[in-house]
Design a protein around this ligand. Structure first.
Ligand code: URA
Length: 195
């Protein structure tokens, strides 16, 4: 059984293979009350080394594109479906996603973001619980139930996709702009609702 301290998993031995392949558990970063929660797939080599999500090349693309969209990495929360690096950067297995789901749901529940943004196919399909053609659906917002609460989930391409296919950069940036606008609108509505 794993152990959490606030939003962090501090001990977990649920996945034998990942326990062997990880150097450390990579928890989410960013404000505990962020309006936007980005969810990636799993840590890679750089993340495993530094203990922070999206710090390698994908992280550079994410940071730059957040800036282009008027957002700052420090203002959003960034986490992954699975908190330990899979060997050889393979996709996380269904059982591993299921083992880590409780931690992700706890994080969603406690951060209580206005919008969850999935980075890539694995988190989109994991949270929406169906097949998703990510490029076509990028920027679309879906309803999902997470930790027993209704949540809004925006589909987004993975930042690494822009490295393999530069034409995806436009889609990626447009989606991050839409996410920023979504939270602006939601905050505005909430403020008006206060009066
Ligand atoms: N890719 C992911 O999905 N997550 C990371 O943290 C880094 C790269």
């Amino acid at each position: 059984m794993g152990q959490m301290d606030g939003l962090d998993v501090v001990a977990c031995e649920r996945c034998e293979e990942l326990c062997d392949s990880r150097s450390r558990i990579v928890n989410g970063v960013g404000p505990a009350d962020a309006d936007l929660l980005f969810v990636g797939e799993a840590p890679g080599a750089n993340e495993d080394e530094q203990g922070e999500p999206f710090v390698g090349r994908s992280g550079d693309v994410l940071d730059e594109t957040l800036r282009e969209a008027g957002l700052d990495r420090g203002d959003v929360r960034i986490t992954n479906c699975v908190r330990c690096r899979p060997p050889d950067n393979r996709d996380p297995r269904e059982a591993e996603l299921a083992n880590c789901r409780e931690y992700l749901e706890t994080e969603v529940d406690r951060v209580d973001p206005e919008l969850v943004v999935t980075l890539g196919k694995v988190p989109a399909e994991h949270l929406l619980e169906r097949d998703v053609a990510v490029t076509g659906a990028a920027g679309d917002v879906f309803d999902a139930t997470l930790a027993g609460e209704p949540r809004r989930v925006m589909v987004c391409v993975h930042p690494a996709a822009t490295l393999y296919d530069p034409s995806q950069q436009e889609t990626f940036e447009a989606t991050l702009r839409a996410a920023a606008e979504f939270t602006d609108d939601e905050s505005g509505q909430r403020r008006l609702g206060d009066f």
